[in-house]
Design a protein around this ligand. Structure first.
Ligand SMILES: *Cc1c(COP(=O)(O)O)cnc(C)c1O
Length: 353
């Protein structure tokens, strides 16, 4: 007799990111910068200090200290996770029970609805406006009507690249103090609407931050949740004791010790983004369909096109990998050379009306 799976997970399949060797990877919003040789040197020098035979610090205190300094918050107001992904899952299972109502948006990062589904929550999906802004009035009335316990969204949004004004978010956070707001600022290093400092002060706000994007450390799997001490203590009480491995703790701490250097990269990436956006706007038509990029506050550009599938396949044939959605493409900002190669590939299939 095969073991019986519950209905919720019966039909799930393993996540399969795009595999294979591609020359240009613009599909996952990673940084195109790898570590500098001096950084690698520091990591190597750190290795002998790591006690591989011992369990790591369950609260990653040194790392949290470096992170808090960077963000200008108190050390008691941050928790480290094995990527933000772990924290999203952890927060939903910590603060909600089966059948509780949670509000997510469409489009937004798919992991929110996924973990919500896994936790057996009652997921309310709110459509965004045509320009992909959040309809705060709709959100407000939905919170009242449904009694939702938690609202989660990314700001700037993945995949649209749009940032909501911090003022609007703080207003609704203050208005509904019985509802927990989780704002995922994975891409806020490329924008300026952060509410991470406020999170340490508010009763009902958690801000997530990751080292996977600007900080070039997707392989380390390090994310942070910032909230008041009491919310942080609750998350610490629920998490698995050794969720963040010792190597990642030590390496991430080193990277955060030279944050000026890393923040200069944000300026370079933003410059490349503006150039890429301007070039994409010039295309107008690709494969006979209108090609409409959206202005971005992140390190990628979202594009509306009815030819998304065909363009995606064409680029793959050129060894350029981008992310495809139904009727849209999302293209990570690459290096100057990578962006140039992308644009010239798109020009080859551009048609002029
Ligand atoms: C990339 C991304 C993350 C990062 O997740 P990690 O698990 O820290 O790598 C989180 N949220 C959003 C919206 C993202 O796009």
């Amino acid at each position: 007799m095969p073991i019986e799976l519950n209905d919720r997970i019966k039909n799930l399949v393993p996540y399969t990111p795009i595999s294979g060797e591609y020359k240009i990877r613009l599909d996952a919003n990673e940084s195109y910068f790898n570590y500098e040789p001096e950084q690698i040197q520091k990591l190597q020098e750190k290795l002998p200090e790591i006690l591989f035979n011992r369990y790591p610090d369950p609260y990653a205190k040194k790392l949290i200290s470096a992170f808090s300094k960077w963000q200008g918050i108190d050390e008691s107001c941050a928790v480290a996770g094995n990527g933000s992904d772990e924290l999203i899952s952890l927060i939903l299972s910590t603060f909600l029970c089966e059948n509780d109502k949670i509000i997510v948006f469409e489009p937004d990062f798919s992991m929110y609805a996924f973990y919500s589904y896994l936790c057996g929550l009652n997921t309310i999906k709110l459509k965004k406006n045509h320009d992909f802004s959040i309809d705060f009035e709709l959100l407000s009335s939905e919170i009242q009507k449904s009694g939702a316990k938690l609202v989660i969204f990314s700001n700037p949004c993945n995949p649209t690249g749009r940032a909501e004004p911090r003022k609007e978010i703080l207003k609704i956070v203050d208005l509904y103090d019985g509802c927990l707001f989780v704002v995922d600022e994975a891409y806020m290093d490329f924008s300026n609407q952060s509410i991470i400092k406020e999170a340490a002060q508010k009763e009902n706000l958690i801000v997530l931050k990751t080292m996977s994007k600007l900080l070039s450390s997707a392989a380390l799997r390090v994310g942070f949740a910032v909230a008041n001490k009491s919310l942080c203590d609750t998350i610490k009480a629920v998490k698995s004791p050794y969720n963040l491995n010792g190597i990642s703790q030590a390496f991430a701490e080193i990277l955060l010790s030279d944050i000026d250097f890393i923040q200069k990269r944000a300026e370079i990436i933003i410059k490349n983004r503006e150039k890429l956006y301007a070039e994409l706007c010039k295309l107008k038509n690709v494969l006979n369909f209108p090609f409409i990029p959206y202005k971005s506050d992140a390190n990628f550009v979202f594009i509306k096109t009815a030819a998304a599938n065909a363009i995606f396949e064409y680029l793959l044939g050129k060894s350029i990998c981008v992310r495809k959605f139904e009727g849209y493409l999302r293209i990570t900002v690459g290096s100057k050379e990578e962006n140039k190669a992308l644009i010239s590939a798109l020009k080859e299939i551009q048609t002029v009306r």
